[in-house]
Write a protein that binds this ligand. Structure first.
Ligand code: V4E
Length: 211
């Protein structure tokens, strides 16, 4: 069966204590609050992350985020990021094989981790408040990670490349209404985690221009 791609267009922002009042004023409604642990995996030589592929286990559900570029713009200066998200284990395994240049025999994620000797390089718990902005078709998350870092993100999931420009437009417009003005990309949880706890890994990703 074929399925539509899941393309995540998102912009992270640093928020202050009045953000929830502002969200309400802008028509956002609280969907709920969720606590979850993410554990990220890579090969011993960091081949996945050096190629901007992010493989994680979130409470038993696996996901691979991989770059999705329309026009290959300057990633480091563009505050909006675009990634494709894979959640079907078959598709994740195929994409991991593709980026590593191998053909995994495994049919499940646990077997894949063993087969490729993948190692956990980051693990943290997020306390997330999720808001919907129905009028704009946007989703806003306010995340607090257990290592003392908070970040917000405005996102829109689309399924085709043609929908990306409008998503960017809506995200940027909503961010300006929220008072988010920074045109620089804000570091997310992972970037901050690596900087604090895995400085050598962080440095390699900087040198490879992944971060
Ligand atoms: C580091 C990274 C990724 C992994 C984390 O993705 P993120 O969307 O931040 O995680 P989270 O917990 O919000 O997941 P959700 O619940 O939204 O699915 S994905 C892409 N990167 C790379 C990256 C980059 N290239 N540059 C910067 C500044 N940050 C991250």
């Amino acid at each position: 069966a074929t399925s539509l791609a899941v393309l995540e267009v998102e912009r992270k922002f640093i928020y202050s204590s009045d953000v929830e009042d502002m969200l309400q004023t802008l028509g956002a409604t609280l969907q709920g609050r969720l606590l979850f642990r993410d554990t990220y995996y890579d090969t011993v030589d960091l081949h996945l992350t050096l190629n901007d592929h992010w493989l994680r286990d979130r409470q038993g559900s696996w996901e691979l985020k991989l770059p999705f570029s329309l026009h290959g713009g300057d990633k480091s200066s563009n505050p909006v990021t675009q990634y494709q998200e894979l959640t079907r284990e078959k598709e994740i395994i195929a994409a991991v094989g593709e980026v590593l240049g191998c053909t995994p025999l495994s049919e499940g994620m646990e077997a894949l981790v063993a087969e490729l000797r993948l190692q956990a390089f980051a693990s943290y718990v997020t306390d997330r408040k999720s808001y919907e902005v129905p009028r704009e078709g946007l989703h806003v998350d306010l995340d607090e990670a257990d290592f003392g870092f908070a970040v917000g993100e405005v996102e829109k999931v689309v399924s085709t490349a043609e929908e990306v420009p409008e998503a960017l437009e809506r995200i940027n417009h909503f961010c300006s209404q929220l008072g988010v003005t920074s045109v620089k990309k804000v570091p997310g949880k992972m970037t901050t985690y690596l900087h604090q706890y895995r400085p050598e890994h962080y440095q390699k990703l900087k040198e490879a221009h992944v971060l």
